[in-house]
Design a protein around this ligand. Structure first.
Ligand SMILES: C[S@@+](CC[C@H](N)C(=O)[O-])C[C@H]1O[C@@H](n2cnc3c(N)ncnc32)[C@H](O)[C@@H]1O
Length: 269
């Protein structure tokens, strides 16, 4: 896969950022899986697993008698996942090198988990249909995707950081993705054989000292560099955006409202 194919990039810094992002979002993932009925012995798809941060948590849930099938196409994410699987001797993880935009069929499973993957696909409903075809009737599907990326705002307000958010949204759309995919996805579910059990908005307001602020700050750090590399913004813009984030950190009354994520728990009819 060419580095340019995936808007966020697949380099080492992004691999590490995904780890930090998972640390922030992990409690919500575990909670959603429990409510959806993920449990021992299941065979669960981790669709677009990245380096596998959620994959290992799913492996703990299913245990040695279950399996987690990680589907991913980025070679260095796959390599990192294979290396951790070896090092931790987690035999219940199966790793499939798969382009989700091309694969005609997904492996069959009892449940599926998808986080921040549909947003990057130009035909998200095709993937939804393929997940549906891979699941048995009654099987749960848990999704965490953005419903409104534009809720991300800094206080005190900063025009340069507003431009950063706009540039991120534009860069995903320019590569055929749609950041605010959760609502259209939920609307498409009945057409693809899913019944929605619940839809839950997930959003944080954080101060610089809150653990959650690592999520937006690490994204600004990485993605300003990535967008400059892709020519979406200039290197001067990237620097100005990083400076604005550093200034936000120093403001005594600093707050940030983060992008709105929607949790969807559905089941295959
Ligand atoms: C933002 S990351 C999220 C990773 C993981 N789901 C998580 O929540 O930590 C998006 C992932 O989707 C993968 N991805 C994007 N398009 C893909 C495609 N067409 N086929 C397979 N994986 C894809 C990327 O390589 C990346 O690992």
């Amino acid at each position: 896969m060419a580095e340019r194919d995936y808007v966020l990039g697949v380099h080492q810094a992004e691999l590490e950022r995904l780890g930090l992002q998972h640390a922030v979002w992990r409690p919500r993932a575990l909670d959603a899986w429990r409510r959806a009925g993920f449990t021992r012995g299941m065979r669960i798809l981790d669709v677009g697993s990245g380096p596998g941060y959620a994959t290992f948590d799913l492996a703990d849930v299913v245990g040695r008698d279950g399996s987690v099938i990680a589907l991913e196409r980025a070679p260095n994410f796959l390599a990192a996942l294979r290396a951790s699987k070896e090092a931790r001797n987690v035999t219940q993880i199966e790793i499939h090198d798969m382009d989700l935009a091309q694969a005609a069929r997904l492996p069959e499973a009892d449940a599926a988990w998808v986080r921040w993957v549909f947003a990057f696909l130009s035909e998200p409903s095709t993937l939804l249909a393929r997940i549906g075809a891979a699941l048995k009737p009654g099987a749960p599907l848990v999704i965490h995707e953005y419903a409104d990326y534009g809720t991300w705002r800094c206080f005190p307000g900063h025009e340069v950081l507003d431009r950063f958010v706009e540039a991120v949204i534009a860069s995903w759309r320019a590569t055929g993705g749609e950041p605010n995919i959760a609502v259209p996805l939920a609307q498409a579910m009945p057409r693809h054989g899913f019944r929605i059990r619940s839809m839950t908005p997930l959003i944080d307001v954080c101060r610089p000292s809150d653990f959650a602020s690592n999520w937006p700050l690490s994204f600004i750090e990485n993605n300003t560099a990535r967008m400059a590399e892709l020519g979406v913004i200039t290197r001067d813009d990237a620097q100005a955006m990083r400076r604005a984030a550093a200034n936000w950190l120093q403001a005594p009354d600093a707050l940030m409202i983060l992008p709105l994520v929607m949790e969807i728990i559905a089941e295959k009819v």
